[in-house]
Write a protein that binds this ligand. Structure first.
Ligand code: TZP
Ligand code: MG
Length: 212
């Protein structure tokens, strides 16, 4: 479905069952896709590998139906078993170089979160398909963050790499356009969609901002 050289996505939903509150994550995901989300990451911090894989299989039925990629957060076993369209890892997770050596799938995306500017020069960034700018703005959704990049940080990173840049952290319809103008290729959100009363409408409004 995808080739790694190509990362054309603009609106990236990062989802977990917990972040969807009482609602079903599958329903939220499908509504978000109908609203304009074009790539989804399942980020389950509260499940073991068996539960994560089960949740991912269910979500993959939906992403496959709509022909959009499903990325797995930080669990290579789950990503390879599915198989997923790719994996996303942070600075302290399994390193992208190791992922490439273990996962012999030429089409699999590897995303790597940049928390420190020095990471841009390392070999982990070099073998990744896209870099997460994490977080752009401080967010209650993830409290253990390091650098709050802000818009200037996006522009600084944009000048240092030609990799696709996915910005995450407290992005909503009010600041999405500014994040892209600062140099991001794609925005990733949790609460702007998972916490919205109407996830389809929330995704649609975000996508509209990106297309302006
Ligand atoms: N990584 C950096 S910030 C973040 C992750 C997973 C959470 C973003 O959530 P929200 O609700 O869009 O601020
Ligand atoms: Mg991680």
């Amino acid at each position: 479905m995808n080739t790694r050289a190509h990362f054309p996505y603009q609106l990236y939903l990062v989802i977990s069952q917990a972040d969807c509150g009482g609602r079903g994550y599958l329903e939220v995901a499908e509504q978000a896709i109908l609203g304009g989300v074009d790539i989804i990451q399942l980020r389950e911090k509260l499940l073991g590998t068996a539960g994560f894989l089960e949740a991912a299989k269910r979500l993959k039925d939906i992403t496959d139906k709509h022909n959009i990629p499903l990325i797995i957060n930080d669990n290579l076993q789950v990503a390879m078993s599915l198989p997923a369209a790719g994996i996303h890892v942070g600075n302290s997770d399994i390193p992208p170089v190791q992922i490439r050596s273990q996962w012999d799938a030429s089409s699999a995306y590897v995303g790597y979160s940049i928390e420190y500017i020095d990471q841009l020069a390392n070999k982990q960034a070099a073998v990744s398909d896209y870099l997460g700018i994490s977080p752009v703005f401080r967010t209650a959704t993830k409290s253990d963050t390091v650098t709050e990049w802000s818009l200037d940080g996006i522009t600084q990173i944009r000048q240092l790499t030609s990799k696709k840049l996915v910005a995450i952290g407290n992005i909503d319809k009010h600041n999405a356009r500014a994040v892209v103008s600062a140099g991001a290729d794609c925005i990733a959100v949790v609460s702007a969609v998972c916490g919205a009363r109407d996830p389809l409408k929330a995704a649609y409004e975000l996508k509209n901002e990106l297309l302006k």
